[in-house]
Design a protein around this ligand. Structure first.
Ligand code: 5AD
Ligand code: SF4
Length: 348
């Protein structure tokens, strides 16, 4: 009954607060189907039936930071590091364009080897060559860098807040400051990027109130995208013995995020597929509308090891696309043909 009341008040336009969200997140096995169905309905009304694909190119696994949960952390000496050249990145983008992707996501650890000018040149080359939307995901940088890249033609930027719980953030990201990260997100919005944020579910020390804070934060910021996935422990990090995030809590968080962010693009994250084989399908039925296939060249793919991946995640892009087409046919969800820019309020 508490869950039905919470769902109803949200669906009739009430402003969500911490209590409403934690009520929804506490849905038990019996209540979950109703929560997921509501999220699926809001997804349909908010962003439609089409599923958008974004090709990810992970161009460097060097990172100056030491986040406790991440396999790319600088103290992980057992990870062989790589950097793709501009030409190699362009070749990966060539593949993405040839395969019909309309968005390419350029992602890396926080690697200052690539200067603002290097990345601007890359964006410029891609935008001149292809009708592709370009998303950057290279971490915290200064306003001037973000401005340079926006002027070079970058459309979107992904920078997950990871958690808005200040103590947890400080523990997990010892060389970042939550306030500075949020400042970056505000700059990105101000510069006109379609801005993506997101959080991990099931971090050690996290609780439902923390997760509610994350969802409310993303709503306040009016993020155009939100990546929500389970925390997965990596064997070469200080959190190697921590428990992974749960499937059900991750799906509930995704569903509640959809209810609170009707028009945002929400990916079925790779982390969720890694946690559970059917994770992608479950996410697409619980609010997600985006899939982000990996187009990183195969010779370095296994080195972008943020968290342990199953071998079937490291598959050839052609096979990935076949699997996606099959899944979407089963779900009767069309593949989007457009760039999948943020939905404008006036747009439909
Ligand atoms: N489990 C799940 N997601 C992770 N990320 C980093 N490490 C992990 C992990 N162990 C995610 C973070 C980050 C992105 C690079 O990958 O959300 O934003
Ligand atoms: Fe670097 Fe990002 Fe991993 Fe932190 S989460 S270590 S900033 S790649």
């Amino acid at each position: 009954p508490a869950l039905d009341a919470a769902l109803n008040s949200l669906l009739t336009g009430e402003q969500p607060g911490v209590e409403l969200i934690t009520t929804l997140l506490s849905a038990d096995a019996e209540q979950m189907p109703a929560l997921f169905a509501a999220a699926n309905g809001v997804r349909r009304l908010g962003v439609g039936e089409a599923v958008h694909l974004r090709a990810i190119v992970e161009f460097s696994n060097y990172c100056r930071k030491n986040c406790l949960y991440c396999g790319l952390r600088r103290d992980n000496k057992s990870l062989p590091r790589y950097r793709l050249t501009e030409q190699e990145i362009i070749e990966a983008v060539d593949n993405a364009a040839a395969m019909g992707f309309r968005t390419v996501v350029l992602q890396s650890g926080e690697d200052l080897y690539y200067t603002a000018a290097n990345i601007a040149r890359l964006i410029d080359r891609i935008k001149n060559k292809y009708d592709l939307a370009v998303t950057l995901s290279v971490g915290e940088r200064g306003y001037a860098d973000y401005k340079t890249w926006r002027e070079a033609g970058a459309d979107r930027y992904l920078l997950k807040q990871e958690t808005v719980d200040e103590k947890l953030f400080q523990y997990l990201k010892p060389d970042s400051r939550l306030r500075e990260r949020l400042q970056c997100l505000h700059w990105l919005k101000e510069l006109g990027y379609q801005t993506g944020s997101g959080n991990m579910v099931g971090l050690p020390g996290q609780n439902p109130t923390t997760l509610a804070g994350d969802i409310l934060f993303m709503r306040e910021l009016e993020v155009e995208m939100a990546g929500i996935g389970p925390f997965l422990p990596h064997h070469d990090t200080p959190l190697k013995d921590a428990a992974p995030g749960g499937l059900e809590l991750t799906l509930k968080t995704l569903a509640v995020a959809r209810l609170c962010l009707p028009r945002a693009h929400l990916p079925a994250t790779t982390a969720l597929s890694t946690l559970t084989p059917g994770g992608r399908e479950l996410a697409l039925k619980s609010g997600a509308n985006v899939i982000m296939p990996n187009l990183t060249p195969l010779h370095v793919r296994d080195k972008y090891l943020i968290y342990p991946q199953k071998s079937d995640i490291i598959e050839h892009p052609d096979r990935t696309l076949k699997n996606i087409n099959k899944l979407l046919a089963e779900l009767a969800r069309p593949l989007a043909k457009d760039h999948g820019h943020a939905c404008q309020i006036t747009g439909r």
